[in-house]
Design a protein around this ligand. Structure first.
Ligand code: AMP
Length: 397
């Protein structure tokens, strides 16, 4: 079966067409600048990327261009649209309504609409993508896969904030967590790769990308995670602050003469390692280069990032009363040995020792702890699109 995986942002759309039997990506790419002008990147497996500039006033035109590219006579990956057997949509916020993936129907759409308050930037874009696909492929089954769903197994003690309980009752203010597809995929794969019994294991997954989050997965279920009501909580990220004293917000507002939207903009877009490095970069490749040339702020940014990761790992060891394995994943987790080494330098008390030679590699599935390390540490590349494809097939078949 061929599954089209769609990940809609407010002005962008990423897609992959995956053959679920072989799990091969047949074609992939993205649409950018939707509603502004429009740019389609398309790449058939084994071929070069093609870039087409064309107007995309809405997501519907963008998806139409993707479908046209997929069936293009010369460069298409399939002969006709009948070869798209299902569509899997990544949806940011499922609130408390979705603890798993669902076949999309009117009821699911209504529930996703109800969650727009919680994910005001992403959910409306996700809905536009779903509606556009339903219009263009009316007979193809569609599945919604939620970023929050995997974390719905967290107990109350982990997801409740120390706020008046009525805010939870009235507004559902609580920790939800994100990157759930990745945490689910990587925790399962970690157990498989390290030959652990998932149902009887304690795994910490560090998803370290431009957005970064950690989860504690006990017996295959998420028991805690670092992101919260929104993806702003937790680790220091590319441009997001992560945890701060909430009183900082009022202080910045007064000192910088900003309203709440202005402060939120600072915390979401101007903070994290980007802010800490003095606006140098949010990309760890740039930060590592600068640090190696003696840039103090870049070094600080990497140290603050790694220290926060190590502290979260420590707190999740406490939450689970132990840990069997730690997995690093996503752009930084898979590709930045310096960060992994820095994080692991705090974990000696767990009996963890680093295999320096293995850790020097990038982007591979591998164990980076020594054979005698008390806790196994691995790099497990994430693959959110494949996870969405698998979820879709499981529901559609
Ligand atoms: P993601 O959000 O998972 O795509 O991760 C993107 C981030 O991964 C980039 O912003 C970089 O900070 C980081 N990254 C990617 N490749 C490398 C690399 N070779 N070395 C260090 N960091 C990397």
């Amino acid at each position: 079966m061929n599954v089209l995986v769609i990940n809609c942002g407010s002005s962008s759309l990423k897609y992959q067409l995956i053959n679920s039997d072989t799990e091969q990506v047949l074609a992939k790419g993205l649409c950018e600048r939707i509603g502004i002008d429009g740019r389609l990147t398309y790449q058939k497996a084994g071929c070069d990327k093609e870039i087409t500039e064309a107007p995309m006033p809405t997501h519907k035109e963008a998806i139409q261009m993707v479908l046209d590219a997929l069936v293009n006579e010369k460069t298409g990956a399939i002969a006709s649209l009948t070869e798209v057997n299902a569509v899997g949509h990544r949806i940011l916020h499922g609130g408390e309504k979705f603890a798993g993936s669902f076949i999309i129907n009117d009821e699911v759409i209504k529930a996703v609409e109800d969650c727009c308050d919680l994910g005001p930037l992403h959910n409306p874009a996700n809905l536009i993508g779903i509606n556009a696909c339903m219009e263009l492929m009316p007979n193809v089954p569609m599945v919604g896969v939620f970023d929050t769903a995997f974390h719905q197994t967290m107990p109350e003690k982990a997801y409740l904030y120390g706020l008046p309980y009525e805010y939870y009752e009235k507004y559902r203010i609580r920790k939800y967590g994100f990157h759930g597809t990745s945490h689910s995929f990587v925790s399962k794969r970690t157990a498989e790769f390290l030959e652990l019994d998932l149902e009887n294991s304690k795994i910490i997954v560090a998803h370290l990308g431009n957005g970064a989050s950690i989860s504690a997965v006990q017996d295959g279920k998420c028991v805690d995670t670092s992101m919260g009501l929104t993806p702003l909580e937790g680790l220091v990220m590319g441009t997001r602050s992560g945890d701060i004293d909430p009183a900082v917000m009022e202080y910045i507002a007064k000192k910088e003469n900003l309203d709440m939207a202005g402060v939120m903009n600072v915390l979401n877009k101007k903070s994290g390692v980007y802010g800490l490095s003095g606006g140098l970069s949010s990309d760890f490749r740039d930060l590592e280069d600068a640090m190696n040339k003696g840039d103090k702020k870049a070094k600080n940014a990497i140290e603050v990032f790694s220290y926060r990761v190590a502290k979260y790992i420590g707190s999740y060891v406490a939450a689970m009363n132990g840990v069997d394995a730690i997995a690093f994943t996503a752009g930084i987790g898979e590709n930045a040995p310096t960060v992994r080494k820095m994080v692991m330098s705090y974990l000696g008390y767990l009996g963890i020792t680093l295999d320096e030679e293995a850790n020097a590699k990038r982007g591979e599935e591998m164990v980076i702890s020594t054979a005698d390390s008390k806790v196994k540490v691995a790099v497990i590349p994430t693959n959110e699109e494949l996870a969405i494809c698998r979820e879709t097939v499981a529901l559609v078949k």
